[in-house]
Design a protein around this ligand. Structure first.
Ligand code: 4NP
Length: 158
């Protein structure tokens, strides 16, 4: 099982999602791969936002080694499941995917918590500690659901 988390810059939300899901995967002894990317290139090569790093560390998740990278069309082939943090990232992937059927793999992350509601994880980029905490909370709940949903099939345990 290969999962990709996608936001705009790959410095605030999707590195958090990658770090959170990786921690849960380790705790559950699953053999899954997780990565993250951004649909825009403004921050390529940068470390996660300091408040993303700080918020993650408060929960025992170290994302300091992550470096931002841009989402590419080949990600649509490589990953089994791709989660967009928000509608803007979803739409951008849709335009990159073109007419192929890979979009079947793509969903909004929050649909794991509230199916069919098409909610976004609000962008914390212009916010402060509160906004990053809120993003963490939403992403954490969605990752719990992913572990429950796919992990209960027992298909990918080591
Ligand atoms: P992210 O947040 O998509 O969660 O990484 C953002 C980071 C940077 C910008 C926007 C959103 N930006 O406009 O530079």
């Amino acid at each position: 099982m290969k999962i990709l988390m996608v936001c705009l810059g790959n410095i605030c939300r999707s590195p958090l999602a990658e770090g959170i899901l990786k921690k849960k995967i380790r705790e559950n002894h699953f053999d899954w791969e997780v990565d993250s990317a951004g649909t825009e290139s403004y921050h390529t090569g940068e470390t996660p936002h300091p408040l993303s790093q700080k918020t993650a560390l408060q929960h025992g998740v170290d994302i300091s080694l992550h470096r931002a990278r841009r989402f590419t069309k080949s990600d649509l082939e490589k990953f089994d499941k791709i989660y967009a943090m928000a509608k803007d990232a979803y739409k951008e992937m849709e335009s990159i995917a073109g007419k192929n059927t890979y979009m079947k793999k793509v969903d909004l992350l929050m649909n794991e918590v509230s199916p069919g509601k098409d909610l976004s994880v609000p962008d914390p980029w212009y916010g402060g500690r509160e906004e990053f905490q809120q993003a963490y909370k939403l992403i954490d709940a969605a990752c719990d659901q992913i572990i429950f949903k796919y992990g209960s099939k027992n298909t990918f345990r080591t």
